[in-house]
Structure formats: C-alpha cells, structure tokens
Write a protein that binds this ligand. Structure first.
Ligand code: HEM
Length: 307
C-alpha cells in the first residue's frame, strides 16, 4: 500500500485522520487545565481521539495480518522493510514482541512523523515562492553540484550548504511542534526570576525562541544566509534553534526527517520551476494556524513546471 499515492482514497483518509489528530491535540482542552473535568470530557476531545486511534490501529492491524499471511506463501519475496524485520523478530522469538507492540509503534511513528515532515516541506516551499532570490540561489547551487533535473541523493547533501541553510531557516521560523512536548519540573527551580514549583507543567515556546530579536537579527525575515559559515544546528545543542526539541525527549525521528527534508526539497527545486496557482501573489500565501503542529491556514497550491 502506498500511503502517499494522491489517487488512493485510503491514503487520503489516512492523511485526514493524522491531520485531524494533530488539530485535536493542539487545541486548548479544558480538561488539561481543570483535571476534575477529565472524566466528563466536556469538549469531546478524548471521545473523538479514541475513535481516530482505533481507526489507525485497525488500519495497521490489517496491514500486519495481510503481511503475515503473505509471508506464509511459497512465492513470497521479502521486502526487508520495517514490518518484515519486525515480523522476522516475532517469528524467530528474538525479542519479546507481539502484534500489539508493532501496531502501536507504527501508530506513534506515523502520527509523529508524517504531518510534521510534510508541513515543514510545505513551509519551505512557501518561503521559497515568497523569496524568489533565495529560490534562484538554491537552484544555482544545485545546478553546480548535480545535474539539472536529477533527484538528489543522500551523498549530495554535504555539498549543498545553501540548501542546508534553507532547511534550518525554515524550521527556525516555522517549527511545526511549537511548544515541544510538555515537561514536568522534577524539583523547585528558579528561571529568569520566575519560581517554578516542583510538579509544574512546563511548556517551551520554540516558536517564540525562533522569532526572538535578542537571539536572531531580523527574526521575521527569511534569510538562510544567516546560517552560512555558522556551526549552529538543529540537534539540540544550540538552544536558540531547537525545532526537534532537546535532551532525553528530543525527536527520535530527527536524522530521518532532516535527511528526507533535504532530499525532497532539493529534488523539487532541481527538477521543476515553480509558480503559484490561480494568480495568487506570493505575499498572500503565508498564514499560520496554531495547533500542536503549526500548519499553513490554506494548503499551499504550487504548480511544477518541467525544467
Ligand atoms: C520535520 C519533521 C519533524 C519535526 C519538526 C519533529 C519535531 C519533534 C519535536 C519538537 C518533538 C518533541 C521533542 C521534545 O519535546 O524535546 C518530537 C517528538 C517525537 N518525534 Fe518528531 N519531528 C519530526 C519528524 C519525526 C519523524 C519523521 C518521526 C519518526 C519517524 C518522529 C518521531 C517522533 C517521536 C516518536 C516523538 C516522541 C518522542 C518521545 O515521546 O520521547 N518525528 N518531534
């Protein structure tokens, strides 16, 4: 099954469910502020989320069963993907692992990893269309490093510093998980003159850090050049730029997401010229909608033109 096939109704339904979950989790929920309301679930958030979780678990459960079945047939060709590897572990009793573990693992990976990556790519494209001089510079770099029209490969990324800078600038301005995962203070602490009592829930506003004028010059301008020749990266060491979080709960998908973003954006720029659909002018496209992942209020509609 191809979950990115735009013509598949299952793929479209899957995307809608994941997006719906992100919207739901990102909306203020009274029960989070007044725990005694949890059982009542006044906004119906828990009820709707339960249905979505169940739908996704059934979906992955079916994929699991189908694969298990086809592995039993004599002409089965192993695809050596993650599911095959996990099934191999189960069948050979290598670790204590069962269907329930596998479908929940897939649920977490797909919910945390799909909308986040595609929204970031969408923001990068929107910024490039708004800043044609940046797009042109990126194209030039790609044309010099690899053949025009060719998709880029992992080994190319190191030779594309401007593309790397574009990705960093995108996640600085548009961190798609703007408040990270909530933390709980393990002990009383004092931060910048504020008392944080033990047990408090702490939210880190990465969106505000990325736009803080005391850290970034012209924070609201898209300027990838600020990262050229700079050692700052997104791996949780530079606290001015932590779109993937930091510390023990840092995004485990960071290496995959970062690589995928470079490959996808680089290939889109190198393979096509781009224009906006319906005569929309670039400064009309950039409207944010705040949820747990910050998405564009209107999905970007851009038309590829073969180069
Ligand atoms: C551009 C893409 C992505 C962004 C911006 C992003 C960002 C984040 C952030 C900010 C967190 C919370 C970290 C913290 O609070 O310190 C997180 C957690 C997580 N991410 Fe990502 N992520 C992305 C892609 C992915 C991918 C591709 C996967 C997996 C395939 C993934 C899996 C996870 C998981 C499982 C967690 C929860 C970790 C935990 O509970 O400890 N993410 N991500």
């Amino acid at each position: 099954m191809d979950l990115v096939d735009p013509n598949s109704s299952i793929a479209r339904e899957f995307k809608k469910t994941v997006r719906g979950m992100m919207d739901e989790v990102g909306m203020p929920n009274l029960a989070d502020f007044f725990p005694f309301l949890r059982k009542i679930d006044p906004q119906g958030v828990r009820r709707r989320m339960t249905v979505r979780y169940e739908n996704l678990l059934n979906f992955f459960g079916n994929i699991f069963d189908e694969r298990l079945q086809s592995r039993k047939s004599q002409d089965y060709m192993a695809s050596n993907d993650v599911l095959d590897t996990l099934l191999h572990i189960i069948e050979d009793d290598i670790e204590e692992l069962n269907k329930n573990h596998v479908i929940h693992l897939f649920l977490v990976l797909f919910v945390a990893g799909t909308d986040t990556t595609s929204s970031t790519l969408e923001w990068a494209m929107a910024e490039l269309l708004q800043n044609p001089q940046v797009l042109l510079k990126a194209k030039k770099e790609l044309n010099q490093a690899i053949e025009k029209g060719k998709p880029i490969e992992e080994s190319d990324i190191n030779h594309l510093p401007y593309l790397q800078a574009i990705i960093k600038e995108t996640v600085r301005m548009h961190p798609v998980v703007p408040l990270l995962l909530p933390r709980r203070a393990g002990s009383d602490a004092e931060l910048c003159g504020f008392k944080v009592p033990k047990g408090s829930q702490v939210l880190v506003n990465v969106w505000a850090i990325g736009r803080d004028p005391s850290i970034w010059k012209n924070p609201n301008s898209f300027m990838p050049e600020r990262f050229l020749g700079s050692e700052i990266d997104v791996k949780g060491r530079d606290f001015g730029l932590i779109p993937f979080g930091a510390g023990r709960r840092i995004c485990p998908g960071l290496p995959l997401a970062n690589r995928m973003l470079h490959l996808m954006l680089g290939s889109l720029i190198n393979s096509f010229d781009w224009k906006l659909e319906g005569g929309i002018s670039p400064n009309e496209i950039n409207m944010e909608k705040l949820a747990i992942t910050v998405q564009m209020a209107e999905p970007l509609q851009a038309i590829p033109v073969l180069v």
